[in-house]
Design a protein. Sequence first.
Length: 174
Amino acid sequence: MADYQPELVERARVQLDASVTEMREINAHYQRMIRSRYYRGGLPVLHGFLGEPVSQEQRRFGDLVCTATHWLLPLWPDLRYEALTGPGAAMLSEMLVRDPAVPAPKLTRLSDLTPWSCVIGDVERAFAPVRHREGSAPSRWTTLLTAPGADGVPVAATAEFVWGLLQSVGTDPG
């Protein structure tokens, strides 16, 4: 997220009372782990990093039954970290999602889309229909949408997300 929003990452680091050294050590540990030839990923790794989940539910996508597992994160109390697993506990996706007990932010214009203010699902609900594309890395996601600009005229835009959390929005120059 620091690639997009270094100021917000710095503010979060301070809020979590972590030093720059601690932040770098944790990131280095995570990077070594996921690049290890022994790394298998999945829910056990998330349990190790995030602790016990707060909820787990079954979801059906056509004939496919998946499990959505959720964790609390102190930085974003209105959000949950969600791991969606399929048959055999295969990891299908990991991202921040809105806690269903918390109302989504009011998103009516492009200017409402500010960094770290919403997640993919919030944008989908507010500006449907949207189109999704893979991002530049496994933790990144791109959403193409149309939303009213400052003057109320619809504007084509691209929203960039990291782990499901909005990082930036750009308008289509074409």
